[in-house]
Design a protein around this ligand. Structure first.
Ligand code: CUA
Length: 340
């Protein structure tokens, strides 16, 4: 009599399939490419997956065949005459096939590795990426030094253009990785690495530091926004400008709070005396989607919690708790939220 299949089996199968399907596309996925370099890497990944799956099925099949065959033999004749020629041939064939597959993988990897790191002559967008524990500074170069500006944790790039990222680190080794756009590249103190990429599909993508760099490594995220070129030009135009001057009494008081609190030692707000360069540039803070290096949405509540006690949110980060009266905090938040 056949025993019925356990009831949980379809549930497990369905959830596994759903999990696999839902884990693939998305804003931080190497197999949902939004540009040619990521597409090459994604194709390479699928090629590896298909070949390795076929190898796995063949090896598992051979293993089961061997187990069953041996059992039958053993039952028929416990001590058969040994004839290993077949086995030797099978092992040799397996070894040769493995060697060929590994060589094919090597050639494919090297080919893709070269293809994703071109050095085109076309006029690229030049961006310096500076990694620190645990956030990202982006210096977007203009035609002149006065047109160059800095922002943090959120980079906008134009679709279709070449982007040249020059990567450096202020402290330890980090790794810049925006899976939908390109492979990983390390940021190494004392040296500069260059990563080229192109994005084709406008959208918002999430990146992640991919090299263990200390206690908050996992919270060293970033956002890359790919925009049509005219939209991107407007973004650049806006980011280059100094901060908007405070307009209400609350914003004016908030600016004073900022300039008299420890904030001013580390952060820059262009157009004010705040010129610290060890923490994110806040000139256009309110234009960003997230705070804390892509770990929290940029809302008033989250910002307030961050200012008062960022150590609670992201322990070990360099920002000390800021003690403020509730009125001062209210004004400071009004000012920070005005920095569009
Ligand atoms: Cu920076 Cu991990």
């Amino acid at each position: 009599m056949m025993t019925p299949a356990p009831r949980w089996r379809p549930v497990v199968l369905a959830s596994t399939a759903a999990l696999l399907a839902s884990g693939c596309p998305g804003i931080q996925s190497a197999i949902d490419p939004a540009g040619p370099q990521a597409a090459l890497l994604s194709n390479l990944w699928w090629f590896f997956l298909v070949v390795c799956s076929v190898v796995f099925v063949l090896v598992a099949g051979a293993l089961f065949y061997a187990i069953l065959h041996r059992r039958q033999q053993a039952t028929a004749d416990p001590l058969p005459e040994s004839d290993d020629r077949g086995s030797v041939r099978a092992v040799m064939a397996g070894t040769i096939a493995t060697g060929i597959i590994l060589i094919v993988f090597l050639v494919a990897s090297v080919g893709v590795g070269r293809a994703i790191q071109p050095d085109p002559d076309s006029d690229p967008v030049m961006v310096d990426v500076i990694g620190s524990q645990w956030w990202w500074a982006f210096r977007v170069h203009g035609a002149t030094e006065s047109e160059t500006f800095e922002t943090a944790n959120e980079l906008h790039i134009p679709a279709g253009r070449w982007i040249r990222l020059e990567l450096e680190s202020r402290d330890v080794i980090h790794s810049f990785w925006v899976p939908n756009l390109q492979g990983k590249m390390d940021l190494i103190p004392g040296t500069k690495n260059v990563l080229w990429l192109q994005a084709e599909r406008p959208g918002v993508y999430r990146g992640q530091c991919a090299e263990f760099c200390g206690i908050q490594h996992a919270h060293m995220g970033l956002i890359v926004v790919v925009q049509p070129e005219d939209e991107w030009n407007r973004w650049v135009e806006h980011q280059r400008r100094p901060a908007r001057a405070p307009r209400t009494d609350s914003e004016r008081r908030g600016q004073q709070v900022f300039l008299t609190a420890p904030c001013v030692i580390c952060h820059t707000i262009r157009g004010t005396p705040a010129g610290g360069n060890v923490a994110p540039d806040l000139t256009h803070l309110a234009s960003r989607r997230t705070i804390g290096a892509a770990i929290l949405p940029n809302s008033r509540g989250q910002l307030g919690g961050w200012v008062l006690d960022s150590q609670h949110v992201k322990p070990g980060n360099r920002m000390p708790p800021i003690h403020l009266e509730s009125g001062d905090l209210h004004d400071l938040l009004a000012y920070l939220e005005s920095l569009k």
